[in-house]
Design a protein around this ligand. Sequence first.
Ligand code: KIV
Length: 275
Amino acid sequence: MYTHLQLRDSARPPVTLSTLHRMREAGEAIASLTCYDASFAALVDEADVDVVLVGDSLGMVIQGHDTTVPVTLDHVIYHCKAVAKGMHRPFLVADLPFMSYPSREVALANSVRLMQEGGARMVKLESGVEQVRIVEFLASHDIAVCAHLGLRPQSVHKTGGFRVQGREQDAAARMLQNALDLQSAGADIVLLECIPSDLGKTITDALDVPVIGIGAGPGTNGQIQVLYDILDITPGRKPRFVRDFMAGAGTPLSALKAYVQAVKSRSYPGPEHCF
Ligand code: KIV
């Protein structure tokens, strides 16, 4: 079936990388969320979320672990399949989990699984200098890649916990250079987590690819949040950048629509959500 041709002229054609580039150029904020199952995927689609990530945050919000480290590739594929079934418009990205990209060849094999078995359109990997060659290799095989910089939850045991990154001048300069190198290597999207707002804007302005932030301030091209955080499902204390969109919303769908509207109008994140 040529589904893409049937959907191209529909009222809600699927979001592609070209759509995201056009949005960036037009200054339209990209509204993104994580998702882990088909029912929520249908709601997220109905709320007009542009990008959906099957994140390894599922290890924390679904499986109950205190980090994302225990998540395996099979776990991500299982959830990705479910999400892919529930939606058609958003651009579907899947995480390469902890130690699923130790070399270029393993990263390629696992990305192929996320796409062929999970239905992902793009893979995301937590990136530093060491991942530039991996991104280059994936890109040379025409795999769409999102490079995740800033706070990298898969590395918390090494880096000392869930902390704001890039506060010091030399760390900020290194992150900017990493982002430029990853873009040159072929990264199609950069995701920035938990960094000062001015650094989020500096990196966004320096790049040509769309930049999506979580706790990276209002100056990025889009925002992403963990679905269960903004619906106030995650129990207990949540990160500073989270806003409870269920408050006063009535239904999850209304809350999701409010999130998309707040991202698009750039009323979220506010100063109280930033570093
Ligand atoms: O795994 C995840 O959900 C993520 C988001 C926090 C961006 O990487």
